[in-house]
Design a protein around this ligand. Sequence first.
Ligand code: 4NP
Length: 157
Amino acid sequence: MKTNNNILFVCLGNICRSPMAEAMMRTYLSDYKQLKDIAVDSAGLQQFHAGDAPDPRTMEVLRRNQISTSHQARVISANDFSHFKYIFTMDNNIHNEVLRRKPSDSICEVKLFRDFDPKPADHQVADPYYGTITDFENCFSILERCCLSFIEFLKTQ
Ligand code: 4NP
C-alpha cells in the first residue's frame, strides 16, 4: 500500500524550521526526474500560527537562496500518518510528541531529520524563533546538509 516516498516535516509552530525544510527539499528534489513525484509538506504541533505564512526571517533566508514557498502553517493531522512515508521531526520534544500522536496502525517512519546530517554536532535542529537572522541562516545550512544527504539515500532505494 505504501509505495510513495512522501515527506512531511514537523516543527512546533510550522512557521520557521519545517516550512524552510519543505521548500528546500521540494526545490532540491526537482533536480531529479526520478524523484519528482514525491509529495513534500510541513506541519506544526501547535495551532498558534495556523494559516500564517512562514516567519519573515525564514522567507528572507529562502529568498537569498532563490527558493520560494507559498506554505501556510497547519497542524499535523491523523491523515498525515497514512499519506506520508517519512515524517521528519526537528527536535527531541517534537519527535516524542509526533510518536505519541502516531496511530498504532501507521507504518510511516518518524525520524529526527538531523539523523541525516553528515556533520552532526547535535541531533536537533534548534528552534530559531527567539533568535536572530543568523540562527535562521544556521538552520538553513543544517537543513541543506540533511536534505542533500537524504536525497542521496533516496537515490539508492
Ligand atoms: P518553529 O518555530 O517551530 O520552527 O516554527 C517556532 C515558531 C513559533 C513559536 C515557537 C517556535 N511560538 O512560540 O510561537
